[in-house]
Design a binder for this molecule. Sequence first.
Ligand code: TYM
Length: 335
Amino acid sequence: MKRVLSGIQPTADSFHLGNYLGAIKQWVALQDTHDAFYCVVDLHSLTVDVDPKLMTERTLKSVAQLIALGLDPNRCTIFVQSHIHQHNQLAWIMECLAGFGEASRMTQFKDKSQKAGSDRTTVGLFTYPLLQAADIMLYQANLVPVGEDQRQHIELTRDLGQRFNSRYGDTLVVPEPYIMKAGAKINDLQDPTAKMSKSAASQSGVIDILDEPSINIKKIKSAVTDTGREVTFDEAEKPGISNLITILSSLTSKSQSEIEKEFSGKGYGDFKGEVAQAVADYFSPIRNRSLELLTSKSELAEIIKAGAKKAEVVAEATLAKVYKNLGLLPRKGSE
Ligand code: TYM
């Protein structure tokens, strides 16, 4: 069975619709066909200031949401990144393999560091993609299901894997990105030319899956729409409507053209009402299940513990191979 790895940061009280449609929906599908490893990347979320209490809470909330969204701990491995120390160890190797210029070209780093200013940009933000490369190659993953915004990080991972293999012999599996055509970039409802994001200045265009259905219905009904009245998919001319068509199509079995046909001549109001209801119907049971899972923290802890145990075996085997091929002297008694 081919292997899959992906990760998500516990940086908010809820995952948003972009996280689900861009990534987690594919994670759920791939657990049936692949040996799948999914991690809550708590170390990645340390690149900005954290509140320790929130960190613990959000990590548990993340695991609860992943299960409520359809990950089954019996069919995939769910774990917390900081439980497996080998991530940091392989990250150092990646840092020594990557060029400074190469890392400086990462657009997410450029955007975020520009916004924060150099005094508030951490070194961790700069090395973030190298820890991500380590996450992926530590599990010898063949596929990495992510949203479009992660394409460049996966490209960098591939380059580093190829570089390692050509210098030190075949060691690491070079992964492929797994990015869907539709849903890989869900946009903000109030600014449909920008991606939906946890760090958006205003949350009025962000659909949190743990929010009350009534809040999400309201947000969708007040989504920015475009000039004209026709519900047609045209990303350049109608980014707002196109984004809503993508959302509706991804949550139902309706295709883009079926949606266009259904709303032909009906106008934006009816259409937004239908999208709002579809989102509420889809996420309302998931919200309830997440909240229910969060009432039994010991059960969640057991799942996380079992995940770490499975992840550790794979991680240690890869790291040992990497160290050996680099010629690092084996510790006495462990060779
Ligand atoms: P994070 O937590 O920022 O995002 C998690 C996933 O959600 C996707 N995503 C979106 N997809 C579509 N539309 C959007 N508006 C949208 N916003 C976010 C992201 O592409 C991502 O797949 N760097 C990773 C975390 C990570 C990782 C890894 C991923 C760390 N190590 C190893 C894969 C493999 C990230 O963006 O997390």
